[in-house]
Design a protein around this ligand. Sequence first.
Ligand code: ATP
Length: 229
Amino acid sequence: MSVLRFDSVSKQYPGGHVALSEVSFDVAAGEMLFVTGHSGAGKSTLLRLVHLSERPSRGAVLFAERNLLRVRGRRVAMHRRDVGVVFQDHRLLTDRSVYENIALPLILRGMRRAEIAKRVRSALERLGLGPRERALPGQLSAGEQQRVGIARAIVAEPRLLVADEPTGNLDPTLSAEIMALFAELPDRGTSVLVASHDLALVRRMRKRVLVLDQGRLVDDIAPEDLADG
Ligand SMILES: Nc1ncnc2c1ncn2[C@@H]1O[C@H](COP(=O)(O)OP(=O)(O)OP(=O)(O)O)[C@@H](O)[C@H]1O
């Protein structure tokens, strides 16, 4: 079954810039893949269409059979529960602790406190953040802040995680650790779509790679066809 399908999707921003042009691809449930391309190729735009911060100009985006064109109003928030998002700039609440930031998506779902505590502690543990749970984001290193953003995105076990340059600010060791963590998510029922221009990192992961060039999908490379390098 496919968790995400782009069907001839084009996106033209107000002002006329064409960011995506006739892009089609399918993501199977339980798949992890990358989208890569130069700056301005359309990677962020593609991810924004998945979590509905932008709408396509033409074509359709389907999420687990749900046509996102029809998802409007209150249903946007419901859709976003199924999609975890990791941004490069974290977007953490600066006046809330690490624990509270991670708990937020679960509080919004109305989950019971005991269940929230169990899930947040497990996410803290997996991301090595246990000792920092009471800290405020401003007291953390860039890498720690990024890990809090990732914990918040995965704590509710979304069907799909989309991550936009999630290792952009991080050193190579931490980048590799975060990718290894992402690679475990499909076994837990979360598919993963990562935008990155770090080709060395992408190659090392040996996953499918979509290549965008000036808004066009110019290649869809299977893991076994990735060149070493
Ligand atoms: N809100 C917007 N309004 C107008 N043009 C935009 C907007 N957002 C992006 N663009 C343009 O669309 C194109 C694709 O941008 P996008 O951010 O999707 O690329 P990207 O591949 O993620 O680039 P980067 O790696 O630099 O983040 C760029 O030329 C950009 O200038």
